[in-house]
Design a protein around this ligand. Structure first.
Ligand code: TTP
Ligand code: MG
Length: 351
């Protein structure tokens, strides 16, 4: 045993890029006068009004300012900070620029949110550190901003890795690093663990990812359901075989709905998903296709986007089977805040 969970699979190299203090960095870049000041971005930029912190620069974080806290609290912690309103358009424009640069490094890119993306660099003939340096230089040239990069055998570990040496960091993670570097981390560092799951795990006496890994599968499944329990069991071991979901994949059918108003009601989200499943499975049958992989996408009110995929044992065009898979995906998503968009995609076709 050499510590590789699945030695028969070809070793993949997945790279995760996450921009540093993204909204704040864009503002600092276009307002050089801000240099050296604590900067807080949120709402209308007025700490006297309602609204939450979208992000704060690292200077403001020293005072305890964090994403998600009321602007008023941020102002109490750091009254000298410069408060600015959220300018989504400006951030989206920068986001497009760094992602089109990333596509020149590898065409296999998954766009996961305004300031992050995954690249599959298995086929790139350049050592890890060198490719990371090249990406940092390119992003700096294109946007003037810094990012943090994680490189690992799968996307789960790549995401954990990119967060370990923020800001402006590079972390290369091998399978052998699971015990020494993944297990000591707090459970919230594991992708897919939100505040609700965190509270539940803490109630079970679990504080670190290693303690999840030490917990028996059936116990996790009893507490979190079959599929999310299995997800936690595998993720805590650093196991993740999910492929990157690239936009240009031609063989897929997808549908998505953006709600008029953000929705917190699970029933409504599940009902919407069921409707989308009906549409994609109708289209599948019209084209006489059968598919094997179902992916569910949720975009939260703050534009964070999460996808979960399930690959079935065989090809199918049955609406019921696809719905069951879609619901299993949905259950693996921690719906800890309101949802803006629901989407479903079926892929991996057989004519
Ligand atoms: P993050 O990557 O989580 O945060 P960040 O880029 O500001 O800081 P870092 O990665 O260096 O830790 O989120 C990216 C952007 O998404 C962030 O700049 C603002 C926005 N955002 C919100 O609007 N609300 C939130 O609760 C979070 C976490 C982020
Ligand atoms: Mg970021």
């Amino acid at each position: 045993m050499d510590g590789t969970p699945f030695p028969e699979f070809p070793r993949r190299r997945i790279l995760h890029v996450d921009m540093d203090a993204f909204f704040a960095a864009v503002e600092e870049r276009r307002r050089p006068g801000l240099a050296g000041n604590p900067v807080v971005i949120g709402g209308r930029g007025d700490p006297g009004q309602r609204g939450v912190v979208s992000t704060a620069n690292y200077e403001a974080r020293k005072y305890g300012v964090r994403s998600g806290m009321p602007l008023r609290t941020a102002h109490r912690l750091c009254p000298q900070a410069v408060f600015l309103p959220v300018d989504h358009q400006a951030y989206a424009a920068v986001s497009l620029r760094f992602k089109s640069f990333l596509r020149t490094v590898s065409p296999i890119m998954e766009d996961v949110g305004i300031d992050e993306a995954y690249l599959d660099i298995t086929g790139c003939d350049v050592p890890d550190r060198q490719i990371a340096a090249r990406i940092k230089d390119g992003i700096r040239e294109q946007t003037g901003l810094t990012c943090s990069i994680g490189i690992a055998p799968n996307r789960l570990l790549a995401k954990v890795a990119s967060d370990l040496e923020k800001p402006d960091g590079v972390t290369v993670f091998g399978e052998g690093d699971v015990e020494t570097r993944l297990w000591p981390l707090r459970i919230r560092k594991l992708y897919g663990v939100g505040p609700k799951t965190e509270a539940c795990l803490q109630g079970m006496g679990i504080e670190t990812i290693g303690q999840i890994a030490a917990f028996p599968l059936d116990g996790l499944q009893r507490a979190f359901g079959r599929s999310y329990g299995l997800y936690l069991y595998e993720a805590s071991r650093g196991v993740d075989e999910s492929p990157l979901m690239t936009h240009w994949e031609p063989k897929s059918v997808s549908r998505e709905t953006t709600f008029q108003e953000d929705v917190g009601n699970w029933q409504l989200i599940a009902g919407t998903l069921a409707g989308l499943v009906r549409e994609v499975s109708d289209e599948l049958r019209e084209d006489s296709h059968r598919a094997k992989t179902v992916t569910v996408k949720i975009r939260f009110m703050d534009f964070r986007t999460v996808t979960r995929a399930k690959t079935l044992a065989g090809f199918t065009d049955s609406e019921e089977e696809i719905r069951r898979a879609a619901f299993a995906c949905l259950k693996r998503i921690d719906l800890d805040r309101k949802v803006r968009l629901v989407g479903v995609r079926i892929s991996h076709f057989q004519k």
